[in-house]
Design a protein around this ligand. Structure first.
Ligand SMILES: C[S@@+](CC[C@H](N)C(=O)[O-])C[C@H]1O[C@@H](n2cnc3c(N)ncnc32)[C@H](O)[C@@H]1O
Ligand code: SF4
Ligand code: SF4
Length: 294
């Protein structure tokens, strides 16, 4: 049973920094005043621990934040190559603002497994290097490369969803029944969640990271799994991960609207907030924390 455990999608987060300010970012990167940005050594430690516990990962995602803001991203790809036998496919997602450098392209070409690169095109005003990045990634040996349209009338899925979680002051806790329904009709669990690791802790959805960071919800041991908790052996960790995938609504689903399958309202992708708006949000968050927690 243990040896069969497969995580469908996983990202050991290389950065939550980003060079865009998308109002509806599903990871809420622009909402963090000091976005997470681990050292490469810390990423390596997390990968060693994760892959020693989890035998198989279907999609291991190199994403963020914007992964290409890291000029040392090639080191991460070279390190991940060690674990290629445990990874079905390595995915890299980027926002089309930056052209990959030769070291990154070389590391991807040397990766000994399947690779898929997704270049999101949010329009020529934002994804200013989308075509050049796409052309450069097409040179990666054996990689499947897609330039994803997020800016025309044929935009992928018609655009983005609003997870309804952005304004802390407007959050309303749902009833048990509503949360169970939201989770049951959300596509995220069906895709195997968008699990991420930050500081050695595995989260099911990026929205959870935002709510925990702003103390809206606690990090419950069954929902935020600490791979560096010395009291948990590997088998216990695997059990927790398996249980986490089987459980219904998580605490985050009490606040999040989810990726609804039925009649989804879609919004233009990557609409930007201004720097002034972003500052106002950070200040509002400081006020919110003071009022509720300090
Ligand atoms: C958080 S981004 C990180 C990678 C990179 N910065 C980018 O934008 O492509 C990961 C993926 O989530 C998608 N995404 C972000 N916010 C979304 C939303 N509100 N609804 C649907 N997809 C979203 C992006 O288009 C991208 O493909
Ligand atoms: S480009 Fe937009 S969606 Fe991607 S991480 Fe940055 S803010 Fe989020
Ligand atoms: S409703 Fe729950 S499972 Fe769906 S995206 Fe939101 S937090 Fe994730």
């Amino acid at each position: 049973m243990d040896s069969e455990l497969q995580v469908k999608m996983f990202n050991i987060v290389p950065t939550l920094r980003c060079n865009l300010r998308c109002r509806l970012c599903n990871v809420l990167c622009p909402y963090f005043r000091e976005p997470y940005h681990p050292t490469m050594e810390h990423l390596f430690e997390q990968a060693d621990r994760y892959f020693s516990v989890i035998p198989r990962t279907a999609r291991f995602v190199v994403s963020g934040g914007e992964p290409l803001v890291r000029s040392d991203l090639h080191e991460w790809v070279y390190f991940l190559a060690k674990f290629a036998p445990q990874i079905e496919r390595l995915d890299l997602n980027t926002n089309g603002t930056l052209i990959p450098d030769d070291r990154l392209l070389q590391s991807l070409s040397e990766y000994p497994g399947k690779i898929r690169v997704l270049v999101d095109d949010y329009g020529s005003d934002k994804s200013v290097k989308a075509w050049e990045a796409y052309e450069a990634f097409k040179g990666v040996y054996g990689a499947e490369v897609e330039l994803r349209d997020y800016c025309t009338k044929d935009a992928h899925f018609g655009g983005w969803v609003d997870f309804g979680i952005y304004d802390l002051y407007k959050l309303q806790r749902k009833t048990d029944e509503q949360a169970v329904k939201t989770n049951a009709t959300c596509s995220t669990p069906k895709m195997g969640y968008a699990a991420m690791m930050l500081n050695g802790i595995m989260y099911h959805c990026p929205r959870q990271i935002y709510l925990i960071a702003h103390k809206v919800i606690p990090a419950l041991p069954g929902e935020a799994i600490d791979f560096f908790d010395d009291s948990l052996g590997d088998a216990e960790l695997r059990q927790r991960v398996a249980a986490f995938y089987k459980s219904g609504a998580h605490l985050t689903c009490y606040y999040c609207e989810g990726l609804q399958e039925e009649a989804p309202v879609r919004h233009p992708a990557a609409e930007q907030m201004t720097a002034a708006e972003q500052h106002r949000i950070w200040e509002a968050h400081d006020g919110w924390r003071k009022r509720n927690h300090d």
